[in-house]
Design a binder for this molecule. Structure first.
Ligand code: UDX
Length: 442
């Protein structure tokens, strides 16, 4: 008998399952990807995420985690059913609810033959009203049971960041529990107390507010980034201006806060772009045009043109030139390239110039997109050798160690253009290196 069944063993589901198991819960994980499940039972994880592998290993060794692919079994096994399946963005920017609809129906079918009270906890990010109007509705339809009377339903948003998932889940800045009935609320609150064994700031609210909290949280982070990118672009036009100094000063004002003020190539990843787009569309469905959010999205998309214009201004024609890109992951400490600014940049540049790329973790994922149409380097030396321009896109710590001496040794083109969108390098502009730090104009 398990305590918790986690449906969907992607980044959020696997982190939740492994963490809960390490905190003493008996967890059954379900995924319809059999290969992924087999890999997990060999105690290997299917993507790069610091610390997660150790947690998964320990969870299996202590026999607190099992995996399978049958939602019927999983529904019977546990009181708590966590839904963590993906809700990706469609080509039109909508939220794809196919998987979550299927899972809801499967849970409903399983509940038909079960008399125990189960609590469904939705963790997948969904547009407002989805938990009640789609998930609970499908479960009721398939099970012929009634929400709140025969089963509970809650929305519990997650705020995990890739690259720091285990730290984030172990020390959450908040827990949010969205429930429309006292029984579900109390039950989830009890589970969280058991898992955390200490006081966590918990916001207890209704489902619609909890759904909105997730969108509002991510939209605010995206807003901060587009705001500081706007300031960086203003700095580009004013010699002497330095976006990092400005950000440091802004961050000292507690009303602003010092995080998410690092200017760069624009936000990417599997959440911020998708959630902003989903939020905008769901606002429109209710008849409200969210002009601020739309502007945040536009600033983000335009950031790529800011970078390309810097390169074009300095290199002139791009035809026949080699542009080397440092980093394709959407940020450091991950091999995830979903909605990465770097990937979008490569798409824009690859028909104009020869592209060569480097990334410590995401090379293979990048190859799956671009195949032989670009070149791949395993070392900085190989990346740099014949290059006319380097563009630093990902904030990998190891790029900070790249020195002027090394670059001049590896590359004979003078001046060598470097566009450092994250301002990682300690290099001054000279007649040998044309260094441009985004938002740091000289
Ligand atoms: C985000 C949210 O932070 C997390 O709470 C939510 O659960 C999922 O979405 P994640 O997608 O892992 O997490 O990435 P995050 O650390 O938020 O970074 C998103 C993007 O913004 C990255 O491309 C990053 O490089 C960029 N970024 C972040 C900046 O450009 N500047 C900053 O100051 C911070």
């Amino acid at each position: 008998m398990a305590d918790v069944t986690v449906i969907g063993l992607g980044f959020v589901g696997l982190t939740t399952a492994a963490f809960f198991a390490n905190r003493g819960a008996n967890v059954h994980g379900i995924d319809n990807n059999i290969e992924r499940n087999e890999l997990l039972t060999q105690m290997k994880i299917p993507f790069f995420e610091p610390k997660l592998g150790e947690y998964v290993k320990k969870a299996f060794l202590t026999k607190r985690l099992t995996v399978g692919d049958d939602i019927q079994d999983g529904t019977k096994l546990s009181r708590y059913l966590f839904i963590c399946v993906g809700t990706p963005m469609t080509l039109e920017g909508k939220v794809d609810l196919t998987s979550i609809t299927k899972v809801s129906k499967d849970i409903g079918r399983a509940l038909k033959t079960i008399d125990n009270y189960k609590i469904v906890c939705v963790k997948s990010t969904v547009p407002p009203k989805t938990t009640e109007n789609l998930i609970a509705a499908k479960i009721e339809q398939e099970s012929s049971k009634e929400r709140y009377k025969d089963f509970g339903i809650t929305f519990i948003p997650e705020f995990l960041s890739e690259g720091s998932a285990i730290n984030d889940i172990a020390k959450p800045h908040k827990n949010v529990i969205g429930a429309n009935d006292p029984k579900s609320l109390l039950s989830i609150d009890n589970l969280m107390r058991r898992i955390y064994r200490r006081q966590i700031t918990t916001i207890k609210t209704n489902i619609i507010s909890a759904e909105l909290i997730k969108y509002a949280n991510n939209a605010f982070l995206a807003t901060k980034i587009s705001y500081i990118n706007t300031i960086a672009n203003i700095c580009n036009t004013l010699p002497g201006a330095d976006v990092d100094v400005i950000a440091r000063a802004l961050g000292l004002d507690p009303r602003i806060g010092n995080q998410f003020l690092v200017a760069g190539p624009g936000y990417g990843g599997s959440c911020l772009p998708k959630d902003l787009s989903g939020f905008i569309l769901s606002c429109r469905e209710t008849g409200y045009e969210p002009i601020l959010l739309k502007a945040v999205e536009e600033v983000n998309a335009d950031q790529l043109d800011v970078i390309i214009n810097i390169v074009k201004e300095r290199l002139g024609t791009l035809s026949g030139k080699t542009i080397s890109i440092l980093g394709t992951a959407f940020k450091k400490n991950t091999d995830d390239i979903r909605e990465s600014a770097s990937i979008h940049l490569i798409r824009k540049l690859k028909n104009l110039a020869n592209i060569r790329i480097h990334d410590p973790k995401a090379l293979e994922n990048t190859r799956k997109i671009f195949g032989d149409s670009i070149k791949y380097s395993h070392t900085i030396r190989d990346l740099v050798t014949d290059s006319h321009c380097l563009i630093i896109m990902t904030d990998w710590d190891e790029y900070r160690g790249i020195t002027e001496t090394k670059l001049l040794e590896y590359n004979k083109n003078r001046p060598l253009l470097i566009v450092d969108t994250r301002r990682l390098l300690k290099i001054k502009k000279s007649n040998r290196i044309d260094y441009v730090g985004l938002g740091k104009s000289e």
